[in-house]
Structure formats: C-alpha cells, structure tokens
Design a protein around this ligand. Structure first.
Ligand code: HSE
Length: 437
C-alpha cells in the first residue's frame, strides 16, 4: 500500500519528537498501521535553525499554506498552537480533504465544535489525543474503551506545571516563584505561563474531556476556572495537618440538575491516588457506571510522550483512511447528531466539601459564633483547627473543613462570618474533592 504522506506545520520540540519516533520505530509502526507513515513536508519559521531530528528526507519550507494545499499530502499535523493561524490552516486542510492530527488543546477547546462539524461534512478525521494529558491515552480510553459506560465523573491533574509547583512548595519548601521558574527551565510550562498558573490550560483540557464524557458541545467559556496563583503556602501546610494535599484538579461531574465543569485547587485526602501524583506528572480518574473508578497516569508533556500520542493518532489515521466515514469513531465519542446541550452548573450549585481559613480576634466565644452560624445553615463540620497567625498576636486563625454542601449555602455562611465585627479581611476558601477511588 502507498505510504501515508504527512505534512507538518511547526517542527519544534514535539515535531522533532514525532520525526524521531517515526524514524526509530518505523518498521513496527508500519506493521501496526498497515502502511508506512512518512513526513514528507514541513513548514517552519526559520529555515536556518538546527533541528533536533533528521530532516534530509523532508521538504522543508516556510509556507504552511503550501502544505495544506498540496494534493500529495494525506494528513496535516498541526503543531503551531493557538487558535488563530492554526484554525485557518486546519480548516483549509479539512476543506482540501485532508485528515488532521493536532496536539493543540487551545484550538480544540475553543474551536473544536466548528472544526469537527467541518471534518464530518468533509468526511475526514481530526485527531487530538496529545491535546489532553500529553502521553496518556485518555481520549481513546474514554471515547472507545469506556464507550459502554455512562460516565459519572472525571477528575484529573491535567496541568503538569501547576502540579510541579504544588509538589515543590509542599515537599521542597520552594517558593511559588522559584518553582515556576524551574518549570519554565524544564520546558513544560506554556510560552505564556499564565495559561498554566491561572488554570486556563487545564480548562482547555477539561472542556475536551467533559464533552467526551457527557456528549455535550465543547464549552470552554462555561468552565469555572481558578488557578494556583493565589494559593498560600500556609494553606498547603494546614491542609496537610488535616490529612489533605492540595492539588490543581479539573473536575467534570454529573448532577441531577446538570453538569459541573470546574478547575481549581482542591483538597484531596492524602491517601487518594490523585493526592500522590507528584511533579509534572498528570493523572486522570474516570468513573463509569459499569466499570467503577479507573485511573490513567503518565507524562503530560515533553517531546517523547507528546509524540507517542501524536504518532498513535497518525497510525489510527492511516488505518481509517480506507474506512467508510460513517463508521469512524466520532470526534466527541457521541454521534454528531447526538451531541446535546446540558445545563452547565454555576458555582452556587456545585456540591462538595469546603475548606476555609478565617482570621479573627482571639476572644472567647468567637469560635462558637462561627460554628453556630454553620449549624444554623445545617453545614456539617469535618475538621477544625486553630492556629496563631504569623503576625497579629491578638488574633487567631480558624481553619474549618465542612462536610459536603451546596456551595450557595456555604457562601451564605461565609458572608455572615465575614460580617462579624471580630472577623479580619482575607477569608480563604478552597474546595474539597468529592469522589472516592
Ligand atoms: N503547559 C502544559 C502543562 C503542557 O504544564 O501541562 C502540556 O499540555
């Protein structure tokens, strides 16, 4: 059979990883795919730059358009990033009847609905395994291997940079700034690291996971998104004292009234699997009604792991090139005409345990007042801690973990606590994980 010809847009770290992997494992890949997969063209910004892969067999140029319009190219591999030029090029590739493989979470999360509609119309496939959790085959697992299940929830560490920073702060006593600089040096932070630390990158990935889990349109801008940028080392310490680790999680969860889609720092019981995922590693748990909880762990970034997913997509693409478009695995797991809108819940409707820290005047009766307010609203207390603040000798810090409660009710209690004359500014609120593994 004729080789599959791949045109690559952007030959940076991941692109070089793909070429190296196709070269190193070429024979086995051909045996698996049923035909050879060859990168025949690539477009780069700077032709003079040294590449980390062999380029002698690649027609190297600077014109991305020429690749998406080249009738010889079967598959376009988009590795430019962002949702501007990359979107135009992917849509042009689709219009020209080419299959697309991309690692671009930003593009899929924001423009995936349009892209998949265009691809379905054109009878081509857009594959994006590397867009979520790098080398972990989570898209395939959810879309194919768990296809018999009703997915109840998905919870995961999907941003390696945030997880690395939290691990460093927790175990190495390193400051947030130092840990972020280290993540940047090691190469897994985004070019603009605010995408990592403000939770945007994790929200891109959660949008994709949530759609595949529930058969809903990609809904990035409806996701409740908090990053780790305001997390204080003190709260990491207090959480640890109470038996929890703080992890930056993406959570998609069904409720009777709709679905929760949220990304935020979360207290996870220290014995839970996700609490023990350290460094830049990613991990995702998926709960299916038939299978129960399942876990997926591995490298969420880096040339090798990302190339592993990209090349798997290229192999899948090679295999499906001869399959009737109607029989292909749907982009978002559900048949396109079965993607339905669901109510995506706002924060007041989230249901989980909560952690809050409040600084108060250290007077008799203050603690009783706070716990009384919680009792009045029928909010149960899981754990309670009192600490001296680092400054302000006459104050005390009260740290409380509540039992599971609707967030709107908790907010009422927190508003009342804030309004007490003995309460100082700066109440800290975090959520507690609400799933078992
Ligand atoms: N900046 C991302 C992360 C890279 O830290 O997870 C992989 O998507």
């Amino acid at each position: 059979m004729k080789p599959v010809k791949v045109g690559v847009l952007g030959l940076g770290t991941v692109g070089a990883g793909v070429v190296n992997l196709l070269t190193r494992n070429g024979d086995e890949i051909t045996r698996r795919a049923g035909r050879q997969i060859c990168v025949t063209r690539a477009a780069v910004q700077n032709l003079d730059k040294t590449r980390d892969c062999p380029v002698n067999a690649i027609d190297l140029g600077t014109d991305c358009r020429a690749i998406v319009e080249d009738p010889e190219i079967d598959v376009v591999l988009e590795l430019i990033g962002g949702d501007g030029e990359a979107y135009d090029l992917v849509m042009a590739a689709i219009a020209n009847g080419k299959h697309v493989v991309t690692a671009n979470k930003h593009l899929i999360a924001l423009k995936g609905n349009d892209i998949f509609a265009a691809a379905d119309e054109a009878g081509v496939v857009v594959s994006f395994e590397a867009a979520v959790a790098g080398g972990i085959p989570i898209i395939k697992a959810m879309r194919e291997s768990l296809a018999a299940n009703r997915i109840e929830w998905v919870a995961g560490i999907v941003n390696g940079t945030s997880n690395f920073i939290l691990s460093q702060m927790n175990f190495e006593d390193v400051s947030f700034e130092e840990a972020l600089a280290d993540a940047q040096r090691r190469g897994f932070a985004e070019a603009d690291p605010t995408f990592d630390i403000e939770g945007i990158d994790a929200a891109h990935k959660l949008a994709i996971i949530g759609s595949i889990a529930f058969g809903i349109p990609l809904s990035f801008d409806r996701i409740h998104t908090d990053g780790i940028q305001n997390l204080a080392a003190d709260d990491i310490e207090y959480a640890a004292e109470l038996g929890y680790r703080i992890k930056h999680l993406g959570i998609a969860r069904r409720q009777e009234t709709g679905v929760e889609m949220r990304v935020h720092p979360t207290l996870v019981p220290e014995r839970a699997l996700l609490a023990n995922v350290e460094g830049e590693k990613n991990a995702i748990m998926v709960y299916g009604d038939a299978v129960g909880p399942t876990a997926y762990y591995g490298a969420g970034a880096g040339a090798g792991p990302t190339a592993s997913s990209v090349v798997a997509d290229l192999i899948d693409t090679a295999r499906i090139m001869s399959v009737d478009p109607a029989g292909r695995v749907p982009h978002l797991a559900f048949q396109p005409d079965q993607i339905t809108e669901e109510r995506i819940l706002e924060a007041p409707d989230f249901v989980c345990g909560h952690y809050f820290r409040v600084q108060v005047a250290d007077k008799t009766g203050v603690m009783a007042e706070i716990t009384g307010m919680l009792a009045e609203l029928e909010i149960g207390i899981e754990a309670i801690l009192q600490k001296d603040p680092p400054t302000a000798e006459d104050d005390a810090r009260v740290i409380i973990i509540t039992k599971s409660v609707r967030e709107g009710i908790l907010m009422q209690a927190l508003d009342q606590i804030r309004a007490l004359p003995t309460t100082r500014e700066g109440l800290v609120h975090l959520r507690v994980a609400e799933f078992d593994d």
